[in-house]
Design a protein around this ligand. Structure first.
Ligand code: PPY
Length: 486
């Protein structure tokens, strides 16, 4: 058995000379590199290093033998020369090894259950956290349970067309990938995994301002014709925001999604208990950061609480990208957004992560649509919602109540963290299949058929009428009080 030192392996870290470690074996990938279907960049990021984690979240072990000639394996990494793998990393590897196979995953709650075992406590706490008692977080899901369907029969549902347009751009079904921060905490390749899955499914990705990947990485990962929107928090330093907006426009992002519901960060207790050790994206004054209270507070310290409607005029003056306001929860603000010339609004309580007891987007949707209609503004602005989407029926209910499309965030992070791109693609396929089934069994052939009389939403605002839901409550990670060690 040939043993190679970690120090030696680290020297082979270039395009011409690229070695990596996978499952303790050392491979020379220099010849294979240009042929890698996932691109050269993802392998080069791992060159000279242990790529087991990056590899295992995307590929099965047998792929090595299928794609690499036997002489690519140079030997084993000498364990005596490797910095001891931390217990955390070991546990993570073990969880990945023992995860169910992807075809056993049947619904989005399965991804959540798997991710809760694979992610580190810090990452799980950041991804999963919500504000206060997490009442809004839970009601984002429960609200959908208060809406029932009114299926019509005998309508020839042989052909179903789920496609729609979002700001005029094609989408294979009325769902887009919402912006979620710090993708590399969940997967070594970060947000580009979502970019690739969005492309395979023909849907739009909203790129997060606080992405772990650089704007360039995400732009390069975009395929010809693929549509991405850019999500932005307005920085206390407007020059920074101006530059980011202009760069986003130059790099071909098709809309600017200004998130307005974080004048200060919500009280996210799961996250607050954690110390954030990572590198916050795009941060200048590292020394001013207080890392003792989770990732959220670190990120929030750059957002400008003085943001107000006049800033929309400023943003309008520096970009020709359509503007979407994310974080609207009342008809009054929806009307203001339309009057200020915005092109779209996302009804959202930020996944329940900001103001606990803020209503769910689906609950306010009917009032917002009615308010816009009464003011003659409904045709001027598109309305999207996010929060709590877990089933195809949730998408159907939102469309019936007047949403143009829905956004989905956390479940795709869970899918990505557990199974990489294949996981995200499967999650999207599950939602598509479920949505198609609901359309067919409800007697609707196309999106325009899904109208308010296809559902019964009279209990939507009656919070005491939520049915018990065992799947979601079984994966829900409860907030627990501190216990003494005695
Ligand atoms: C979120 O975690 O909800 C985010 O969208 C990232 C973030 C975190 C803290 C403040 C603002 C945004």
């Amino acid at each position: 058995m040939i043993l190679i030192s970690a120090e030696e392996i680290a020297k082979h870290n270039t395009y011409q000379d690229c070695w990596i470690i996978i499952y303790d074996k050392v491979y020379n990938l220099s010849k294979f590199l240009p042929e890698h279907p996932g691109g050269v960049g993802v392998i080069l990021e791992q060159a000279g290093k242990d790529a087991t984690l990056a590899f295992s979240t995307i590929h099965s072990q047998e792929m090595i033998h299928r794609y690499l000639p036997s002489d690519a394996c140079l030997g084993f990494v000498d364990p005596a020369t490797v910095a001891e793998t931390s217990k955390v990393e070991e546990r993570r590897r073990e969880a990945i090894k023992n995860r169910p196979s992807l075809n056993e995953i049947l619904h989005l709650y399965d991804f959540e259950a798997v991710a809760s075992r694979i992610l580190t406590t810090e990452t799980w706490s950041f991804y999963n956290c919500a504000a206060g008692d997490e009442i809004s977080y839970r009601d984002n899901h429960y609200a959908f349970l208060r809406i029932w369907l009114r299926p019509r029969i005998m309508r020839d549902v042989t052909h179903i067309d789920m496609s729609t347009k979002i700001l005029g751009y094609y989408s294979s079904f009325p769902l887009y990938i919402s912006a979620t921060a710090l993708g590399k905490l969940g997967h070594p390749l970060g947000e580009v995994v979502l970019t690739r899955a969005a492309h395979s499914h023909g849907i739009i990705q909203m790129i997060p301002n606080f992405a772990s990947c650089s704007l360039d990485e995400m732009t390069i990962a975009r395929k010809e014709g693929q549509i991405q929107f850019f999500q932005l928090y307005i920085n206390k330093n407007r020059d920074i925001s101006r530059k980011v907006i202009q760069e986003a426009q130059e790099k071909g992002y098709k809309a600017l999604v200004v998130t307005v519901d974080v004048p200060s960060v919500g009280n996210r207790e799961k996250d607050v208990r954690m110390k954030y050790t990572g590198a916050p994206p795009g941060i200048q004054n590292e020394k001013d950061l207080n890392r003792d209270q989770g990732a959220s507070r670190v990120l929030a310290s750059f957002i400008d609480p003085s943001l107000n409607w006049n800033d929309i005029k400023w943003i309008r003056s520096i970009t020709s990208m359509p503007i979407i306001i994310k974080g609207v929860l009342t008809p009054e603000d929806a009307i203001l957004a339309a009057e200020y010339g915005c092109d779209g609004i996302v009804l959202s309580n930020h996944g329940g992560r900001q103001l606990d007891f803020a209503p769910s987007a689906i609950e306010v949707l009917p009032n917002v649509i009615e308010g816009l209609k009464k003011s003659g503004l409904l045709g001027k602005i598109e309305v999207y919602i996010d929060g709590g989407i877990r089933r195809g029926s949730d998408i159907f209910k939102a469309i019936a109540l007047g949403a143009k499309a829905v956004g989905i965030g956390r479940p795709l992070l869970y899918a990505m963290s557990s199974y990489g791109q294949a996981g995200v693609e499967r999650a999207l396929q599950i939602l598509k299949d479920e949505f198609e089934t609901v359309m067919r069994l409800s007697g609707t052939n196309m999106i325009a058929d899904i109208c308010p009389n296809m559902i019964d939403s009279k209990s939507l605002s009656n919070h005491s009428l939520t049915p018990k839901d065992y799947l979601s409550s079984n994966v829900y990670d409860r907030l627990v009080p501190l216990r003494s060690k005695l």
